[in-house]
Design a binder for this molecule. Structure first.
Ligand code: ADP
Ligand code: MG
Length: 348
């Protein structure tokens, strides 16, 4: 990685700010006709005629949101884009453009930023978004990455957090808890490595969950799937802080309650086995682990026949009247109020 003495290290000072920007952004070409002007002027110009525009930003800070001792820069660039696209898809919108801003200390050589940008470029290709601008500045310590994503949606199609009604089905995509358990494995290996740098860990048993942590994907496919199935969720949110916290956001915004069934929560076998190994409760991990970037939605009962056979969608509960509260119905059939623990970086 960046400390590897065999690799070339080109000092950022040698390039200057504009040389750096030109170098990092030279491969970016506009793919969307709505991108009228991309990188190179004082501002980008976007023409989303007839569509509503959604805009979302996330800021990632070294030492708070990522640790470069195990997160390769290529993956970090990819992930920085994904976390934003996930928010666009949660509005039931199509992501079209992103901007990328970085603050970087001189301890990073150019080659490190090339890695970062290769991940950004890959994500922009895979998700079909144009990189239309950004900002570049120095930082006194570490690396900061801020991505802004822009998307478009027909005004009738936009889905907010506040549309859930009592009796709606609570539906989640994919499976949960993988990213958090991947992080547990990576942190354990980091400690092992500190003690014995020659130790070559066998991580085959953890490939899925490590990938969920290091190279997450956003559910662009679900926006298309819902459109193809002619299902418009009544509310939707992406799962960045854990299922529990996201359910509570929908309940609060929509003024409803909910019953979430513990035995319905989708878990990958690797999450279950790693939870056993770490002596953690897999339900707690699905509820409170973060960064899965799946979508959580509420769907009218009328749409149940359309969604029921789809392997991407799992019904995990239903919405209730607000005064019933938001509850977990456990395997023992007791009701426990859901709590928003999340794994907010403020408390770490
Ligand atoms: P300004 O002085 O107007 O802020 P800059 O010199 O910072 O302009 O940027 C020049 C062009 O390069 C602009 O189009 C800007 O959006 C783009 N840009 C700057 N930094 C980045 C970056 N890190 N990634 C992508 N585009 C960038
Ligand atoms: Mg600038």
């Amino acid at each position: 990685m960046i400390e590897d003495k065999n690799q070339q290290r080109t000092q950022l000072n040698d390039l200057g700010e504009f040389g750096l920007i030109d170098h990092l952004t030279k491969n970016f070409e506009a793919k969307h006709k709505s991108t009228i002007k991309g990188i190179g002027d004082d501002a980008a110009v976007i023409d989303n005629v007839d569509k509503q525009i959604v805009v979302t930003t996330d800021l990632l800070v070294e030492g708070v949101h990522f640790d470069l001792s195990y997160a390769p820069l290529k993956h970090l660039g990819y992930k920085a884009v994904i976390v934003n696209l996930s928010d666009v898809y949660a509005m039931n919108a199509e992501a079209t453009q992103i901007t990328v801003s970085i603050a970087v200390s001189n301890r990073f050589p150019l080659e490190a930023l090339e890695e970062l940008y290769s991940g950004i470029e890959t994500a922009s290709k895979v998700y079909n978004v144009d990189v239309v601008g950004g900002d570049t500045t120095s930082s006194t310590s570490g690396l900061l990455i801020s991505v802004t994503a822009i998307g478009e949606v027909k005004s009738n199609d936009v889905v907010y957090r506040n549309g859930a009604k009592p009796n709606d089905l609570l539906v989640v995509t994919g499976d949960l808890g993988g990213a958090y358990m991947g992080l547990q494995v990576l942190e354990r290996e980091k400690e092992v490595f500190k003690v014995n740098p020659n130790n070559q860990p066998d991580l085959d048993a953890y490939t899925y969950i490590m990938e969920r942590q290091l190279k997450p994907e956003a559910r662009k496919d679900i926006v298309k799937l819902l459109k193809d199935m002619e299902v418009k969720p009544t509310a939707m949110i992406d799962i960045s802080d854990g299922l529990s916290s996201e359910i509570l956001h929908i309940c609060k915004a929509s003024k409803v309650g909910c019953d979430l069934y513990e035995d319905k929560i989708p878990l990958d076998p690797q999450v279950i086995s790693t939870c056993e190994e770490f002596n953690l409760d897999s339900t707690m991990i699905a509820l409170n682990g973060g960064e899965d970037y799946e979508l959580l939605m509420t769907v009218s009962q009328d749409d149940y026949p359309k969604i029921k056979a789809n392997p991407n969608l799992t019904v995990i509960g239903f919405m209730t009247e607000e005064n019933a509260g938001a509850n977990l119905v456990t395997r023992a059939e007791t009701k426990v109020p859901l709590q928003a623990q999340g794994w907010k970086n403020f408390s770490d």
